[in-house]
Every structure is written in structure tokens, then in C-alpha cells.
Write a protein of this length. Sequence first.
Length: 290
Amino acid sequence: MRIVPDVRAGFHISIAQGLSTVPELARQRGCTTIQIFSRPPRNWRLNGLVDDEVQAFRRRIAASGIAPVCIHTQYLLNLASPDRTLRRRSVRSLALEMERACILGAQYVITHLGSAKGRRRTAARQRVVRSIVEALADAASGPMLLLENSAGAGDFIGGDFAEIGGIVRPCGEAGVEVGMCLDVAHAFAAGYDLTTHEGLGDSLAQLDAEIGIHRLRVIHFNDSRTPLGSRVDRHWHIGKGEMGREGLARIANHPKLFELPFIMETPEMDLKHDRMNMGAFKRLRSRGLR
Ligand SMILES: [Zn+2]
Ligand SMILES: [Zn+2]
């Protein structure tokens, strides 16, 4: 008989009221895993971590059994930027997120790859590799960096699994091992139909061939407001978007994904909507493996 592990599911939790309040917000939502920002996502200004807050956060997370804790990097980061100043800033910011992950006891740092900003994609991809290697050169061992796939809009890097593979491999050759976070709404918008039996199987086979499925550590579990291949990134409530209940149930119960942490970044982020989405997730799970 298959031993079914504890469900690892949770939300992106706001740090607006302070880090020490995060574990209680997570508890109210029934989270067994969480994602946070370690700093405001749209502001370069750095607020220092306050020691009391950090200690309270770590103590309460440990008591709650919540794991893993993931940190999402700032939206301002552009690891692919052709602008030297912005790229340097992004490298420094990423290095700092790795350091903060250590301090906060987070297992993963999740980042977007950035935009080529009108330049050649191959050169942009090389800049991403350079940025990651520079940022992680002096990183303490512990937290792992996960690259998140994009919806593939315009110049954004990482809509294609092959493109992510083309970053993961040279990083490895430079001695930096990175993993992957699969945002299912982004993949769907980028044209991977994860909602059908065949489409899901094919997409995971491609991910395995290009990146290696062993690198996949976290699922961003969101429905998509926009249709397959739209290349528009609009998260939506679980089961109420274009991916739908059937499609999302197939993903949530797939044997290759089942044991991974599922983190929802659904709209609103208030208690009422988060509870509704957690309920929807649990109902999808109760359909079981198929
Ligand atoms: Zn993201
Ligand atoms: Zn998104």
C-alpha cells in the first residue's frame, strides 16, 4: 500500500504586519508550507531584519511544523538585464536573499529570471547564468535557489523549459546547483497544456528531459484567468479559471508532483479567499491519485 504523506500546501503570506505575525496568518489558513517576501517586493530600499522578529518567526515556524519555508525574490530583479547597473543591483539583491534565507531558516529562494529587454535571448540567457553564479559564489550552503518558469510574455526569459535548461546546465558546470519552481498557471499561459492527461504527461517528460524532474522542488499552484498559450500571467482562484477543477485535480494528484509542496498565489490574499482556495485544493486532493 502506498503511504500518503502529509499534504504540503500553503500560500504566499504577507509580511506587512511583521515577520513574527506570519506563522499565525499561516495557521489561520491551514498552511503546512509557506512563501514570503523577505523585503517589500517593489522597493530597492532595504529594511534590516530585526533580531527579535527573526527569533519569534523561527521559533513559531518550528513549533508549527510548517516546512518548507520559501522566499520569493523582489519583482524589481532582472538577472538578464543588459543595463549593467540594474544587473549588478539584481545580483546583490539575490545574494542578500540567499543570506536572509539562511537567517530565517528558509529552505528555498524562488526567483524569476528577468527580461532580455529587446536584446538577443541567447545573450540574455548568458547574463542570467553569470548573475546567478556571481550571486551564489559566496553563498553559505543550506538554502537552494529555484528558478521559476514564466508565462513567456515578450522578452521574459523562462517561458520555455528548454530555455530554463539552458541556464541550469551552465550553472551546474560553474559549480552552482539550482532547482526549479513550476508555476502551473505560467506554464499553461506559455502553452503547456497541463490540464489534459496527455498534455500533462508530455509537459513533465519535456521538463524532465530539459531540466531534470529531480530539480523540481516547489509547485506554484494557481488557476489561470487567461487561456492556454495566451502568454498573459493572471493568477485566478483554484478551479474557477481556464485550467478548471478537472485540470487542476490532475496536476494536484499526479504521482510525480504529489509529494511536492504546493503554494498558492491566488488573488485577494485575505483570509476568506485563502480559506476558500485551501478548501478547493483539499477537495481536488481528495479525488486521489489517478
Ligand atoms: Zn513568482
Ligand atoms: Zn504569476
